[in-house]
Design a protein around this ligand. Sequence first.
Ligand SMILES: [Zn+2]
Length: 151
Amino acid sequence: METKTEYQPFEVDQHLTARGNYWAGKAGSRFFVSIRDKKKLLGSPCKTCNKVFWPPRSICTFCFGELKEMVEIGPLGTVETFTVVAYAEPIHPRPAPFIYAVIRLDGADTGMAHFLDEVEIDQVRIGMRVKPVFATERKGNILDIRYFKPL
Ligand SMILES: [Zn+2]
């Protein structure tokens, strides 16, 4: 007589960290070089939809049209939403607690998540006006903007 073996779910408790490089694409490359070399923030407008994307992208998410142009936006912006990261993870680029906020720059119709600092956690508000603080030594990545802070 054949016996059937039943297996219980097998769980592995592990944490994977993967480092790598990637090409930021045409729009992303222009975006990072502009921040690194000029401290200028760029968005990509879609004239068909009358929207400006930040960070810039190559394709409009609404009409799928190609976006070739870039315009300077910000540097001031508004907190659209935020969260407080209260625990430490190796992937976090800074120790907890810290604040991630979605910032919509003036002149943009979309927002991007970045750090919010130089503010007490209980003082953060949706609609808060903010400005970027740039790294002194910029390397061509998103951390060339160290964080945003209240005006
Ligand atoms: Zn469009």
